[in-house]
Write a protein that binds this ligand. Sequence first.
Ligand code: PEP
Ligand code: MN
Length: 352
Amino acid sequence: MMIIMKAGATPQEVEAVIAQIKSMGLAVHLSQGVEATIIGAIGETHAIPIERFEGLDGVELVQRITQPYKLASRQFHPEDSVIPLSNFAVGGNEIAIIAGPCSVESRSQIIETAIAVKEAGASALRGGVFKPRTSPYAFQGLGEEGLELLAEAREKTGLPIVVEIMSQVQLDLMLKYVDVFQVGARNMQNFNLLRAIGETRTAVLLKRGLSATIEELLMSAEYILAGGNTRVMLCERGIRTFETSTRNTTDINAIPVLKNLTHLPVILDPSHSTGHADYVAAIARAGIAAGADGLIIEVHPDPAKAVSDGKQSLRPEKFAQMVHQAGQIAQIMGRRLASTQGSAQPLKQGWA
Ligand code: PEP
Ligand code: MN
């Protein structure tokens, strides 16, 4: 349930509503936007009559949120969420370009890639150190050594780092290094992991599960938001269909659908959604045109030698070309690519 306060409501009136919500055993989520103060009453609210709040001073309107996800819904937070990262923000007018290898393999590989993607206009660096491989015998990632290499690459380039977390066992270690947690497709419904990340205030890129519906993706986001971590970005990375020409099928529809249903930024991953380097740029362009707030792209200095996802990884020159095209499409959309000026500073901040 959401309680929308009058424009001139006093802090005391807001406090009185909050006290009433708490007295009913419900959780409170306060959203102080530019337009309005909205207080969310979260929990089993269906049996509570809205009149309990309508009579309180300073209350403009009381509404039930009809979707099963509440904090993630645009109904609850009508303005787009803007997630500040160290040197830019995701979800506003700027398009984020996150790029880097599927896996961190060596010092030279990650530093070389970081410098190349930065030069090409990337705004953040990706790199996996705990890899969710289909085979237990395949390369599983460099672990902490990989995190140290990513931190070094951040220092050299100023790019914040986006790293996949696979289990809450890795949480304390990763908190020391990462700017953005990536929750991979295979862990989208690892609810214990989502809850643990919800307790932190570190930004999260939540990827859509291999066969998850848009509503399931939003329910997973809700797990993180319910813990008080409002810095959630969603990622469309392709879904499983009957089509075998590409690794997955890019659900381009998901972009405008998500933008309609939620205020959270939406990022597209055309690397995993196509699985082929040759198709990445075309789908990246389509994603920006469809309204995505950013792209996450796999880039490798020598894709043929990559230990994972080489087939879908772009060489730095191809990536630079793609960024240029993305910038042109962004312009048509009245947007621009995120500025990469300034150096990465750890920044923990809430909902804007
Ligand atoms: C990745 O980003 O390297 C990855 C494993 O992605 P996904 O979880 O979308 O498969
Ligand atoms: Mn990958």
